[in-house]
Design a protein around this ligand. Structure first.
Ligand SMILES: [Fe+2]
Length: 224
């Protein structure tokens, strides 16, 4: 039933120029950063932030929109082979857009310190202490082979916090089912200009700018 409704919508959009315009407005857009490029210094340089946001994230958004257009064309033609062939691009660019959109809000020039309230209680329950969480998540994140992300996620099924590592731009929820709360980008574009090959120093610095208020809000929403 849902498929049929979706199909009808696509056909209408194809035939009606006005709806076509509406569809084009629904393209994904690069979100503004909630702070200036230099606001996270000295922990992350303005040069890194500018390139990371305006070039790398922008490329994921652009390529996601292109991939979705091609996917719509393949769907309209009933071209299943074409749809399958686009899965990798959708996963990579869709994941890149999702991950970075979360990442920017996970950080703040006024960040650092410790989480509060229910999130802190859950961290103590599931990891023993905040310090243990930092140690375990740092180790898992530093150990990512090649490019990827370290995550603190929420396992809705058993109501527990979990640490996970994802390769490339694999989105946490789409590939593991965990709801993302805090992500650490360990692609070299996230740190190499400042930290060179010393990924552990970059991960250590990230804790100084974690926006625990944002992570706590995500935890609250995920726990409902
Ligand atoms: Fe990145």
């Amino acid at each position: 039933m849902l498929t049929r409704v979706g199909h009808v919508r696509r056909c209408v959009a194809t035939l009606n120029p006005f709806l076509g315009i509406l569809a084009s407005r629904q393209k994904h857009a690069l979100p503004d950063l909630p702070y200036d490029y230099g606001a996270l210094e000295p922990h992350i340089s303005a040069e890194i932030m500018q390139l990371h946001h305006s070039k790398h994230h922008a490329a994921y958004v652009n390529n996601l929109n292109i991939t979705e257009e091609k996917y719509q064309e393949a769907l309209a033609k009933g071209d299943v082979t074409g749809q399958v062939a686009l899965q990798a691009a959708l996963r990579f660019n869709g994941g890149g857009h999702i991950n970075h959109t979360i990442f920017w809000t996970n950080l703040s020039p006024n960040g650092g310190g410790e989480p509060q309230g229910d999130l802190m209680e859950a961290i103590k329950r599931d990891f023993g202490s905040f310090q243990k969480l930092k140690e375990k998540m740092s180790a898992a994140t530093v150990a990512v082979q090649g490019s990827g992300w370290g995550w603190l996620g929420f396992d809705k099924e058993n109501g527990r916090l979990r640490i996970a590592a994802c390769a490339n731009q694999d989105p946490l929820q789409g590939t593991t089912g965990l709801i993302p709360l805090l992500g650490i980008d360990v692609w070299e574009h996230a740190y190499y200009l400042q930290y060179k090959n010393v990924r552990p120093d970059y991960v250590k610095a990230i804790w100084n700018i974690v926006n625990w208020e944002n992570v706590g809000e995500r935890f609250k929403a995920a726990s409902k």
